[in-house]
Every structure is written in C-alpha cells, then in structure tokens.
Design a protein around this ligand. Structure first.
Ligand SMILES: Cc1cc2nc3c(=O)[nH]c(=O)nc-3n(C[C@H](O)[C@H](O)[C@H](O)COP(=O)(O)OP(=O)(O)OC[C@H]3O[C@@H](n4cnc5c(N)ncnc54)[C@H](O)[C@@H]3O)c2cc1C
Length: 341
C-alpha cells in the first residue's frame, strides 16, 4: 500500500475534470485499507472506482481518496442451477461481465459495457436494458470506515432500488469501502429482450430469439450502447446525468394525453417511469452547449465536457436543463451523478 500526496484525479473521472486530492491510497485487502486509514488524520474520505459517475465540483479534494485494486475471483458455491462468484471490488465491470459469460454463467449480459468497477456496481445498482446489478448481488464484503470493522452485508441489507442502495443513504455515504462483491448467476441463459431497442436490433440483424446466445446478446447491447453513448476516453461524461423520473399514473395519463409520443415504462403499482432523455430532447437541448459543457448530440440524457470544462460548467448545464424541463412538464429532474465537493 502506497500513499501518494497531492495526487491528480484527472484520469480517475470520466468527465475528465481536473482535481487534485490531498492524499490517495490504493488498497487490495483489509490490511492495506487499515494501514491507509491509520495515516488519515481527519478530513473527508472518498471511494473512487473508475470515476465514471463522479462530478468533481472543485479543482481540489481536501481529504483522502481510496481506490480498490483487488481483482481476485473465486467460485464460492455452485449447484445445478447456478454459481456464486466472489469478485474483488477492483474488477473493471465489463471485464467481469465478459468473464462470467465466457464461463457460461448468465444474468449480467444486459449490463455489458457499462463503465466502472464491480465495487461500484454494488453501490450504484447499475442498470441497463431491463436488468440491475442488485438482482444478482448476494452479499458485499466491506469495511465500515467509522470504526474500521469488516462486515458482510447480505442482499436484504442492501436496500436495492432504481439507482439506489444502502450505500447511497445519506448517513452511509462514503462510510464504506467495498472489498469484494458476491454475485449469484444462473447456468441457464434467460434472455431479457423487451427493453431499449434490443428486439429492433435483433430484427435488423436477422437474429431470432431461438438462435440468440448470451454472447450475441452482449455484442448487440454493446453495439446499441456505442451508437448512443460517448466513449469515456473520447468525450468526457458520466453517462446518464439524470435519473428517469417516476410519477403517479394520474400524472402520466395527463402527460400522455398532451404528449402522445412520451417515452415511459411501468414502474410498479400506480407508477410510471418517464424517459428523462425524451423530456430533455423535447426542450431542444440535444447538441446545445453553454460554454465548455453541453448536451450530447446522440443522447439528451448525457451532459458532456466539450473540453476544459469545470464542475461549475457542467452544473450550469444541469441547472438550465432542469429549469426548462420543469417549466415545460412540471417534472423536477434529479441528477444520477454523484457530486463531490
Ligand atoms: C458513457 C457512460 C455510460 C454509462 N452507462 C450507465 C448505464 O447504462 N447504467 C448505469 O447504471 N450507469 C451507467 N453509467 C454510470 C457508471 O458507469 C456507473 O455508475 C458505475 O457503476 C460507476 O462505477 P465507477 O467504478 O466508475 O464508480 P465511481 O464513479 O468511481 O463511484 C461511484 C460511486 O461508487 C462509490 N464507490 C466506488 N468504488 C467503491 C468501493 N470500492 N467501495 C465503496 N464505494 C465505492 C463511489 O464513492 C461513488 O459513490 C455510465 C457512465 C458512463 C461514463
């Protein structure tokens, strides 16, 4: 374990913002982490994976940044129907997804090509194409930074919901360092095809549901993602900047009557999820900039750094988009991105 002082985080956030941390430590295991924590003399702490959902609001972070580099992998249990795989929190998420599919362990295929790490998958409950990581997470091994204790949190403790987990509760924010995540995956491939244009793309490629394999579904999802989302090393962003708002069915009915092309999905009893990208697009934001930041031309849900932007520049676009969407639709968009002060 090495501690670095005055460490640049520019390569550790996909917005590509400039930020210097007072100190930075990589950890692989409990002992490393404990040693790093002993050098911490107060001030803030921040866990960083790949920084693909972080927005640094200041050019300096006064505190200690912790980064997990553990890439262990172990099958901890198996039976006829599935396997439990314990992975270090430092795995690149998409490498892990590819690894599971190579071993014919199914479930994560719809989550292919999401940037980030396994550790963050358990915090963010990453989701795409009708699947969420939390569905597959059996337990998380983590350290409570308030007292240095090692804990195993089980699925039922983790409070998974849309882009939400136990780790995102106000009182738990930045209080836990994840070491390992255990996923339960299936030996049977059960494709989920009804979200995000998957069926349309299959039709275009003449792939039928009978001939579809998990690998071909992964490829197809990667293609769809590449056609809509910026590559983090080419255009600075954090993916979807806003959450898709969930509204009561009565409000949705009124909106649908006024805007028949409204993009929406059922979100449980009496609730509908509205496509935030559609709302932003209707306000004419696609491809529009304010100074050095703007809205991605291929996907209105993505705020981008046009080069040299600061956190304030990104925030300006965020606020302008929120104001326009609220004025037009009466919906207050909530950021999905983690703001770091
Ligand atoms: C182009 C693009 C597309 C994207 N598409 C999607 C998508 O389809 N679906 C989706 O859900 N997200 C998407 N995202 C957002 C992002 O990929 C996810 O939120 C991802 O899980 C972040 O992983 P990370 O390792 O970069 O975490 P970071 O951004 O570094 O951190 C995210 C949060 O996790 C915490 N954290 C990270 N590692 C640890 C750890 N070891 N222990 C404890 N806490 C930790 C951080 O403190 C922070 O609160 C996209 C982002 C980009 C740039």
């Amino acid at each position: 374990m090495t501690i670095r002082h005055h460490y640049a985080l520019d390569h550790l956030n996909t917005f590509g913002l400039h930020c210097m941390a007072d100190s930075y430590a990589e950890y692989t295991d409990f002992n490393d982490l404990t040693a790093a924590l002993q050098t911490h003399k107060g001030g803030k702490m921040l866990l960083v994976g790949s920084g693909s959902n972080l927005l640094f609001m200041q050019p300096e972070f006064h505190g200690m940044v912790l980064h997990c580099t553990n890439r262990d992998i172990e099958v901890v249990k198996e039976d006829e129907t599935g396997v439990e795989i314990k992975a270090g929190a430092g795995w690149i998420w998409d490498d892990f997804v590819a690894y599971t599919l190579k071993h014919c362990w199914y479930g994560l295929e719809n989550l292919s090509y999401i940037p980030g790490t396994t550790g963050a998958s358990a915090v963010q409950n990453v989701g795409a194409f009708g699947a969420e990581a939390g569905e597959f997470i059996k337990e998380v091994e983590c350290v409570d930074l308030r007292n240095g204790e090692l804990k195993i949190l089980c699925h039922d403790d983790l409070d998974y919901a849309y882009r939400h987990s136990f780790f995102k509760r106000e009182e738990e924010l930045q209080q836990w360092a994840i070491l390992h995540v255990t996923y339960r995956l299936s030996r049977k491939f059960t494709p989920r095809l009804t979200y995000g244009g998957v069926l349309k793309e299959m039709e275009r490629r003449n792939i039928s549901a009978d001939t579809l394999t998990a690998e071909s579904l992964r490829e197809l999802i990667i293609e769809i993602r590449k056609s809509k989302l910026p590559e983090p090393d080419e255009v600075g962003s954090a993916g979807s900047f806003f959450k898709n708002p969930v509204v009561p069915t009565s409000q949705w009915e009124e909106l649908k009557r006024l805007y028949p092309t409204l993009v929406s999905y059922p979100a449980g009893e009496g609730l509908m999820k509205i496509g935030a990208g559609w709302l932003i697009d209707q306000c004419g934001w696609k491809g529009k900039n304010i100074g050095l930041a703007g809205v991605y031309e291929k996907q209105a849900l993505v705020i981008v750094n046009r080069g040299g932007a600061t956190g304030e520049d990104i925030l300006r676009v965020c606020k302008a988009v929120q104001t326009d969407v609220f004025k037009r639709f009466g919906i207050q968009l909530q950021p999905e991105v983690n703001f770091i002060d």
